[in-house]
Design a protein around this ligand. Structure first.
Ligand code: KIV
Ligand code: NA
Length: 265
């Protein structure tokens, strides 16, 4: 078996094949998705909210992303692993971006990196790609900018739609192999998808994008509290784990675990 590459991703668009992407932040979860045939796994900085207990993605560090990415790479054999460049690790410019991305490629062994921003990030994307590091771009709602933009639908209105199309073309021209569209009206995401040669990866962007991504803890029902409207929950892991933890606790308190079969002599 060999890893999926960005070349395979380009071929999928040529063939009109849709593909799924899931996040993962640890080796064991990643191994499940790898064995399930998920072709691309994203070590998202959503790890901030979903794995590390922060309120947003903003505090996530490059050290944290490197450690989580290395675990995901070790847990997988076939999936292409893409790691997010966290906030503050590429905004200073292309050279900082290259230094940060190089760490994720060399220390963690990821096959590609992702960073947020369209026109504003095109120089970073270009240098990484020229240096041999495949880049997935991310436009629309960009959570690292939550303090400036909040969590609102992006690209509503003619002017914002035109800017989104310019951002999409800018990341394609800079050499990105794919682009995430987050919380974008379905009609606009469809137009971006038709306009671009590279695949679009939608999250809250309707059915017409080339790929779909979900945050794994949302998708499997582990996230506590409300999840966004665009999430489909395929399981209720939080309930499964709660029931199991309570049963274990009851058994221990009642003295019904361990049994003879769990004991050694
Ligand atoms: O960090 C993340 O999980 C992401 C996806 C939602 C695209 O950036
Ligand atoms: Na992210």
């Amino acid at each position: 078996t060999r890893r999926i590459t960005v070349r395979d991703i380009a071929l999928a668009k040529e063939r009109g094949e849709k593909w799924p992407m899931l996040t993962a932040y640890d080796a064991m979860t990643a191994s499940v998705f790898d064995e399930s045939g998920i072709p691309v796994i994203l070590v998202g900085d959503s790890a901030g909210n979903c794995h590390l207990g922060y309120d947003t993605t903003v505090p996530v560090t490059l050290d944290e992303m490197s450690m989580l990415s290395a675990a995901v790479v070790r847990g997988t054999r076939r999936s292409l692993i893409v790691a997010d460049l966290p906030f503050g690790s590429y905004q200073e410019g292309p050279v900082q971006a290259l230094r940060s991305a190089t760490r994720l490629v060399k220390e963690a062994g990821v096959g590609a990196v992702k960073l947020e921003g369209g026109e504003r990030s095109h120089e970073q994307i270009r240098l990484l790609v020229e240096s041999g590091i495949p880049v997935m771009a991310h436009i629309g709602l960009t959570p690292q900018s939550v303090n400036a933009m909040g969590y609102r639908v992006q690209g509503r209105g003619e002017e914002a739609a035109q800017q989104m199309l310019r951002d999409a073309k800018a990341v394609q021209d800079a050499g990105a192999f794919a682009v995430v569209l987050e919380l974008v009206p379905a009609e606009l995401a469809a137009e971006v998808t038709r306009t671009l040669q590279i695949p679009t990866v939608g999250i809250g962007a309707g059915a017409e994008t080339d790929a779909q991504v979900l945050v794994w803890t949302d998708m499997l029902g582990l996230t506590s509290g409300r999840v966004p409207k665009f999430v489909k929950q395929y399981a209720d892991l939080r309930q499964v784990m709660t029931d199991a933890a309570k049963s274990f606790a009851e058994d221990v308190v009642a003295g019904t675990f361990p049994q003879e079969e769990h004991s050694v002599h």
